[in-house]
Design a protein around this ligand. Structure first.
Ligand SMILES: Nc1nc2c(ncn2[C@@H]2O[C@H](COP(=O)(O)OP(=O)(O)OP(=O)(O)O)[C@@H](O)[C@H]2O)c(=O)[nH]1
Ligand SMILES: [Mg+2]
Length: 681
């Protein structure tokens, strides 16, 4: 769909950035400025288009992608307002698989800029054109120039300052647009008003505009020549460069404004309208091979209790009609069960979506976020590999009523489709299910959905640690089992040598019987008796790294049986093990902690205070200004590690773990673990 102005067709733009920066408010302000809504709602009053679900409203924060399609000056836009909590990053990662551009929303406070890195990093890596919008400009104080220097620190791409603020009485009251060379004063909830530019403002404009043109000229030789020979470039050349260099991802334009007061919103809309590349260019960037008919990139999956499954799809090629059959990466076909235009809670059925639109598609069973579907057969289908976010927080979870277990796993499967960073782990050894995710808020929102949306009654508890135990000394023990009840009795008799093994050896059973004192057919019974015993040792935990040797025994030709030899073996173990100096073993994990370098020293402290052992640290590859700290830490100390890391790093620190070895735990801590375990049992 080509329109007379931009000619790029419908555009899809993500609003991303840290929590509370004002993305949902910006969405509201943009809808209002575009005339798509007659009354402006707000997040705090619970009346915004976005955040309509109960989990979002009660927290006054986004917990899901808010999608809103609207027309602005004859062109169609879909804005995807992403949740900013770092714990809900998975939604942003999904959305980025098919947008034309992103607006990174931030606040004018230098100390909060570290929070931008996780977003800028992904946009840079994926070559997604992006703007920076410095929101809450009504709260700005001090030098914006300094702020912008900090902003540049967070961005690997050069920033291009498109506007400078006009200050009055310590507050920003307007701005100069450096491309248009026009000054505006803000009016609350009204369009800005053009004013004449003179004196000090003009002088600042000339300087700032020259700096902007110099940056543009880094990517345009013709413009560079003009600047060097003091020629004034044509406005059309400047605008063409702005468009080209955003589209190529060379530069990051920076705009300022206030979503709350409706300031700078129209300028942002206009920049998006003129400069954001369209679906064709995006398809080329993504390397999509389009055949005849439409291709659909899935950006987000929703499950609602009433409407069923809804996939948010970006249409390339197109148009896509309701009922169209789409080929999926798994080889099966699905039929689009409804095409919908979305605006917050408002879902309007439409008969078809044009090329470039972003729409809701009903009932695409088996289709996941990141999938590419096509109408044409034989087109190479891909699933865009979305970065996997390793879990950093866990919660033990169980249904209050056992018969709801199937319902629980089905509901979590749906939540996982909506948000792949939410994972259910089953641990049969601990007889425990754990919900794994990105943090406390993430899992709270998920459990709220399980309760509210899926009607489940749940109990949650801190995740259990899979402790083990072993022994330090050896012993030899005889176990005799003899029963005489009525008819024929039970008889088994074994001598077992119990010895410790080196860490990681597991369990070794050896048969050293000579002369048939324990007949061949009962030897597996002895081993079974021992194995059964090993499930729960004297401290109450599974036993590992132990060798048991059957060295002697006796039998009775009538009374001996499989059961009797199992019992004899168990008796020998039960009596022998406490003499072997049992010791608790805890899982020690290899941990990689990623943090901005200024937090590295503090992180070292956190590792030590959590019984960790530092192995060293290095620069984090590809993350300028970040370190990766390597350490070994007990699993028991990792439960809330993420909370400490985030509080040291404004939420951006993260870690990855894998099992390393089992380490001995003794002293007070071990006593506590054993006592707690006994109490729970
Ligand atoms: N002063 C001021 N406050 C603003 C502005 N924009 C948003 N806010 C306030 O900032 C808070 C957060 O706004 P939201 O729009 O919910 O922010 P968000 O980025 O969507 O937050 P998350 O969804 O949690 O990531 C709200 O209390 C808004 O009223 C602004 O331009 N100026
Ligand atoms: Mg929000």
């Amino acid at each position: 769909m080509s329109t007379k102005n931009g000619g790029n067709g419908p555009r899809t733009v993500a609003l991303v950035g840290p929590y509370g920066a004002g993305k949902t408010s910006l969405l509201e302000a943009m809808l209002y400025a575009a005339g798509a809504i007659g009354r402006k709602g707000s997040v705090t009053a619970g009346s915004s288009v976005g955040d309509f679900g109960s989990e979002a409203r009660s927290r006054q924060m986004s917990v899901d992608v808010n999608c809103a399609t609207f027309d602005y000056l004859g062109e169609r836009f879909t804005l995807l307002d992403c949740p900013g909590s770092i714990e809900l990053l998975a939604d942003t990662l999904g959305v980025l698989t098919g947008v034309d551009a992103a607006v990174v929303v931030c606040e004018p406070h230098a100390e909060k800029l570290m929070m931008l890195k996780p977003y800028l990093k992904r946009l840079e890596e994926q070559g997604i054109p992006h703007f920076l919008f410095v929101n809450k400009i009504d709260k700005a104080s001090g030098s914006l120039r300094e702020l912008l220097a900090f902003l540049q620190e967070a961005s690997d791409k050069p920033l291009l300052f498109r506007q400078i603020p006009i200050w009055e009485g310590g507050a920003v009251v307007g701005f100069v647009d450096l491309a248009l060379e026009r000054a505006y004063v803000y009016h609350q909830h009204e369009p800005s008003e053009a004013i004449s530019m003179d004196g000090e403002i003009k002088a600042r404009e000339v300087e700032a505009r020259f700096a902007m043109l110099e940056k543009l000229a880094d990517f345009d030789e013709h413009l560079m020549e003009e600047l060097l020979s003091d020629m004034t470039p044509q406005p059309s050349e400047v605008f063409a460069d702005l468009t080209k260099e955003l589209g190529n991802g060379d530069l990051v334009p920076v705009l300022i404004g206030s979503a709350e007061n409706d300031n700078g919103i129209r300028r942002l809309l206009k920049a998006l309208r003129h400069e954001t590349p369209g679906a064709e260019k995006t398809a080329a960037r993504l390397g999509l091979q389009l055949g005849r008919g439409a291709a659909v990139q899935i950006l987000k999956t929703y499950h609602s209790t009433l409407g069923g499954k809804m996939s948010l799809g970006r249409i390339f090629g197109g148009p896509l009609k309701d009922g169209a059959v789409l080929h999926t990466p798994t080889g099966s076909d699905v039929r689009a069960g409804g095409v919908f235009s979305l605006r917050g809670a408002e879902v309007s059925k439409i008969s078809e979506a044009s090329a470039g639109e972003c729409v809701g598609l009903g009932r695409l069973d088996g289709v996941l976020t990141g999938d590419l579907l096509t109408e044409a057969k034989g087109v190479p289908l891909s699933k865009i590999e979305i970065e996997h976010l390793p879990p950093v927080y866990r919660l033990g979870i169980e249904v209050a009523d056992r018969k709801d277990e199937v319902k629980l796993t089905a509901a979590i499967a749906k939540l996982h489709e909506e948000d792949p960073s939410l994972i259910l782990e089953q641990n049969p050894e601990l007889n425990e299910m754990t919900l794994c995710g990105q943090g406390d808020i993430h899992l709270k929102v998920a459990t709220e959905k399980l309760v509210g949306k899926y009607g489940l009654k749940l109990n949650t508890h801190p995740p259990r640690v899979p402790y083990k135990e072993t022994i330090r000394n050896a012993t030899t023990k005889r176990g005799r089992y003899k029963r005489q009840t009525g008819g024929h009795g039970q008889f088994g008799d074994v001598v077992l040598k119990i010895e410790p093994l080196t860490r990681g050896s597991g369990f070794v059973f050896t048969d050293r019987i000579t002369g048939g004192v324990v007949p061949k057919q009962w030897i597996p019974s002895v081993e079974r008796g021992v194995t059964e015993y090993l499930k729960c040792g004297p401290l109450g935990f599974p036993i590992v790294d132990i060798s048991v040797t059957l060295s002697d025994g006796s039998y009775h030709s009538v009374d001996s049986s499989d059961a009797a030899f199992q019992s004899a073996a168990r008796i020998a173990m039960q009596e022998g093990m406490p003499e072997c100096n049992p010791v608790l073993l805890e899982p020690i994990m290899h941990v990689q902690i990623h943090v901005p370098s200024e937090a590295t020293a503090k992180v070292n402290g956190v590792v030590s205070s959590r019984r960790g052992q530092l192995l060293g640290y290095d620069v984090r590859p590809g993350w300028r200004g970040w370190d990766t700290v390597l350490a070994q830490m007990p699993m028991a100390e990792l439960t809330d590690l993420i909370i400490d890391l985030r509080s040291l790093t404004q939420g951006v620190g993260s870690f990855e773990v894998e099992f390393d070895h089992l380490g001995e735990l003794s002293g007070k801590l071990a006593e506590q673990v054993v006592a707690q375990h006994r109490k729970a049992a």
